[in-house]
Ligand binder design. Structure first.
Ligand SMILES: [Zn+2]
Length: 127
């Protein structure tokens, strides 16, 4: 029963959000869920299935789908490009010390994944 509800949700959601261009990160894990091993495994399977459906549905509707390297996308300020040294997984919001923008970790990462996908840029530390 629960599995059917989840499958229904995944299909309806992926069908609804397919658009002209989709960029997703290359990590197949919900890193924020690090509590129970079983819960993490199940969440990872759903996340993998979610991305799999987005990919084949993008193909069905002749839309663009790309998996991008999401290295540093959480740690890089999407406003100014500043890269923070460390960002523990339990920190869901952070403020950029360079431009003072307050970031939601996931939204900031999503904005950076979009930037990487649309521009071909790769984020990384310059040493
Ligand atoms: Zn910044």
């Amino acid at each position: 029963m629960k599995k059917n509800i989840i499958n229904d949700f995944l299909h309806k959601t992926t069908t609804r959000i397919v658009c002209d261009e989709i960029y997703v990160g290359d990590v197949n894990s919900q890193l924020g869920l690090k509590n129970k091993h079983l819960a993490k495994t199940t969440a990872d399977q759903h996340w993998f299935e979610f991305k799999r459906q987005l990919k084949y549905k993008s193909n069905w509707y002749d839309k663009y789908f790309e998996v991008v390297n999401e290295r540093y996308t959480s740690k890089t300020c999407s406003n100014c490009g500043y890269v923070t040294e460390s960002l523990d997984l339990n920190i869901r919001q952070w403020m950029c010390p360079e431009c003072n923008i307050q970031h939601d970790r996931d939204i900031n990462a999503a904005q950076n994944i979009l930037t990487v996908g649309t521009t071909g840029l790769a984020f990384g530390k310059i040493s």
